[in-house]
Design a protein around this ligand. Structure first.
Ligand code: 5GP
Length: 200
């Protein structure tokens, strides 16, 4: 998605440890016009599959899932990361190791909100090693629901999540795939021969 790649070039920053900071427009301050275009693009990419619900994980996935859900006309369910005393009944849960926080936590969804045979589209902001995506796939499997696809805004293609998911046959679409990135701010997109130089 050219608009997104241009924005990453303009406003993205590289932080040490292979972390791309996009907090001025994607996951802290939010550019709603860009979010709308992202929602439309996910609708276009997943228009040929059944979608009954969109599933994401808190916190940064929620806004993206909501804006996308408007184009599908379906509800959003987000997996919670913290143990919540007010989830009644049972939960589906799966351990996820966080790339950015370096710790493992359980993501959980109430059994009330995912049902057998529902068609689920998973949406998230980043794909790195795929731990969050695998946790959500596990939760969908526990519910006996089907995964229609996974939509990712920024895939770091030099980490292994995307390759693993595609080799499993998952219907994965990423709006921008980064082929390489270094601590000096050099960044290359997969389908774009012109390397960009980001500010650190
Ligand atoms: P994974 O589970 O695929 O290893 O990592 C994906 C999760 O880690 C995303 O939900 C996102 O919150 C976070 N993440 C991974 N890499 C980055 C990054 O480079 N920048 C930011 N801002 N978040 C990232």
């Amino acid at each position: 998605m050219q608009l997104l790649k241009d924005r990453i070039r303009k406003d993205g920053h590289v932080a040490p440890g292979g972390v791309l900071k996009v907090d001025s427009f994607l996951n802290h301050q939010i550019d709603i016009d860009l979010y709308n275009e992202i929602g439309k693009e996910f609708k276009r990419l997943f228009s040929d599959v059944p979608v009954d619900k969109i599933l994401t994980v808190e916190a940064s996935g929620i806004g993206l899932a909501c804006i996308t859900a408007q184009y599908f006309g379906v509800p959003v369910v987000f997996a919670k990361k913290s143990k919540s005393k007010n989830i009644e009944g049972g939960v589906f849960s799966s351990p996820v190791h966080s790339f950015t926080h370096g710790k493992t936590y359980d993501v959980m969804v109430s059994v009330k909100f995912l049902h057998p045979d529902e068609n689920i589209l998973i949406i998230d902001d980043f794909l790195a090693n795929g731990k969050a995506a695998f946790g959500l796939l596990d939760i969908v499997a526990q519910a006996g629901a089907n995964v229609s696809g996974i939509g990712i805004v920024i895939e770091k293609g030099f980490q292994k999540g995307g390759t693993q998911l595609r080799s499993m046959g998952v219907n994965l679409h990423s709006l921008a795939v980064i082929r390489s990135m270094d601590d000096e701010g050099n960044l290359e997109f997969d389908d774009d021969p012109e390397p960009a130089k980001l500010e650190n």
